[in-house]
Design a protein around this ligand. Structure first.
Ligand SMILES: NC(=O)c1ccc[n+]([C@@H]2O[C@H](COP(=O)([O-])OP(=O)(O)OC[C@H]3O[C@@H](n4cnc5c(N)ncnc54)[C@H](OP(=O)(O)O)[C@@H]3O)[C@@H](O)[C@H]2O)c1
Length: 336
């Protein structure tokens, strides 16, 4: 018999909350994603522990998508169970997001950006989670074939119909972002947030997207800030059994953990130690160094990782010298 959950009364004391673009919403500096470790192949009790520990530490934003599992849909179902059992009375303290765009069911309506896919998929997500609405609903990826007017029209309809409070986009490039933002603004449903990949190992958003978001007043939540775990000390001595790279269901494959990346991580270690942080904490604080990035969207496989990442929120300051040292560490090349 699992113990009844009582939320930590001091949960809002340590976390910092940052304004999402020019909106009324503030998000925790770090948010928890449900892409890995919340499926049916994972331990339900561990998923519950991580979720509740996050909430107890002020992490009030949980990010899901239709296809998170395995199998696809399982993360939303499992999250729905935790919500009903433990967090039902805290619904108004939570920002829950979901997305549609990647393949979810067979046939021509099972993916991408048609109105048909987005609305049907969100209705399925709401059923799986046992919710009346999500706080943020995203177009998960741009669709090269569907007119942007249709995809943004669907997001506007989703918000107006009460299925979501805010609209977001994920992995749109700067031009697509401008077009989406303009269409949404014209429809009267502003784009709240963009969800791009951003980490010390992937700085593509610095080539125009972050400036575009600043200019448009759209918030940014950076996904994979730890490069799926590479930006931690975990792989410095090989691939451990309990790691994403060793997990057959994981998206991180052993061949992604290269000697070149590990040499950079090793170089970051000295800087992290001087700052009194772990490498993971440094990597999270680094994506948050610019206010444009509202929140770092991390993943976890155990509750201790959630604790370590939540603690970053009180150590986000950087000096110019430290930032230059980080750049130098990342420029590190292996001498063969
Ligand atoms: N919009 C999109 O297209 C998109 C795409 C991908 C992800 N996302 C979102 O972003 C979220 C995060 O993605 P992600 O899980 O790849 O992010 P990540 O934060 O880069 O990687 C998370 C992994 O790093 C390891 N880790 C975390 N904290 C650690 C610590 N303190 N010490 C050592 N290792 C640590 C864990 O892996 P181990 O299992 O090895 O312990 C954890 O599962 C997803 O859940 C999802 O919500 C969105």
């Amino acid at each position: 018999m699992t113990e009844r959950y009582h939320a930590n009364p001091e949960r809002y004391q340590a976390m910092s909350y940052r304004r999402c673009g020019k909106s009324g919403i503030r998000l925790p500096a770090v948010s928890l994603g449900f892409w890995h470790n919340f499926g049916d192949t994972d331990k339900a009790e561990n998923a519950r522990d991580m979720t509740l520990r996050a909430f107890d530490l002020g992490i009030v934003h949980f990010d899901l998508a239709n296809n998170y599992g395995p199998p696809p849909g399982a993360a939303e179902e499992n999250f729905g169970r935790i919500l009903r059992r433990d967090l039902a009375s805290h619904r108004d303290e939570l920002v829950i997001s979901s997305k549609a765009g990647y393949t979810m069911w067979p046939g021509p309506y099972g993916d991408f950006g048609s109105r048909k896919h987005l609305v049907a998929s969100l209705d399925q997500s709401l059923k799986r989670m046992g919710l009346d609405y999500v706080d943020i609903f995203y177009s998960h990826r741009p669709d090269p074939e569907t007119p942007m007017e249709e995809t943004m029209g669907a997001l506007d309809f989703i918000v107006r119909s009460g299925r979501a409070l805010y609209a977001g986009i994920s992995s749109y490039n700067p031009d697509q972002t401008r077009q989406a933002a303009r269409l949404l603004r014209e429809l009267g449903t502003p784009c709240l947030i963009h969800q791009p990949s951003y980490s010390l190992l992937n700085r593509r958003v610095e080539e125009g997207l972050l400036d575009t978001l600043d200019e448009l007043g759209i918030g940014c939540i950076a996904y994979c800030p730890l490069a799926q775990g590479i930006l931690t000390d975990k792989y410095l001595a090989g691939i451990p059994d309990r790691s994403r790279a060793a997990n057959p269901h994981g998206f991180l494959k052993p061949e992604h953990v290269t000697a070149e990346k590990l040499a950079k991580v090793q170089a970051l270690k000295t800087i992290a130690e001087r700052r009194g942080q772990s490498i993971a904490q440094l990597a999270i604080a680094w994506v948050l160094r610019r206010n444009t990035v509202t929140s770092a969207l991390f993943g976890a496989s155990r509750k201790e990782q959630v604790e370590e990442i939540a603690a970053v929120s009180s150590q986000l300051q950087w000096t110019e010298e430290e930032l230059a040292e980080v750049d130098a560490a990342m420029a590190h090349k292996l001498v063969e």
